[in-house]
Ligand binder design. Sequence first.
Ligand SMILES: [Zn+2]
Length: 75
Amino acid sequence: MYRCKSGKHWWLNKEDAEKCCNGYKLMLCIGDIQGCHITVYEDETETMYGYKWVPSFSEGNADKRKVKSVTPFLE
Ligand SMILES: [Zn+2]
């Protein structure tokens, strides 16, 4: 496990850890998952979706939202 720059989040791979809290945020992509490195197929709705890192220009207290957006379907 790798810890991100802020030390608040843990990631399974190093690239994610390097981007997290370090100028990038995860963006949800539904349908078009090109470029997404985290992809999920949801059987119920037969939908492919994924997340990709995009440069984040909003700093501050975006941390909590970021983490929540990673696991909306697992709760
Ligand atoms: Zn982080």
